[in-house]
Design a protein. Sequence first.
Length: 150
Amino acid sequence: MIKIISVGKIKEKYYTDAVNEYLKRLSKYTKIDLIEVKDEDFDISKTLLTEKNNILKYIDDKDYVITLEIEGNELDSVSLSKKLNDIQLNNPNITFVIGGSYGLHEDIKNRSNYKLSFSKLTFPHQLFRVILLEQLYRSYKIINNETYHK
């Protein structure tokens, strides 16, 4: 099972439609649980602390946690599929964490088993959720030797 914890809600229909499409495609391979936690609007330290507490409520001790961070490891799609496949051999529960506008609290980063970056660029969390789901779908297609990936 894959859990995706994301700070903030998706409001735009076009993002919601894209998320739903990839969830439908991924349902053939795995169960995905999308969890949205409230994005806060305090000063940076209070926001990060509040978001940290909201995120940690959904992380189990046995979860393999992958945080999405600019400072993380950059992988191509084939390497990501291999990483995902390797993790799933020993960890049935993978949790991805997408931070808010200030990123992630240090405690969340320290809890992370693997830090992943899709780019040095900053993306809106709504768009990034779609990108993550598409890459997970691509990974499963690669793992299963199915056409899609080029």
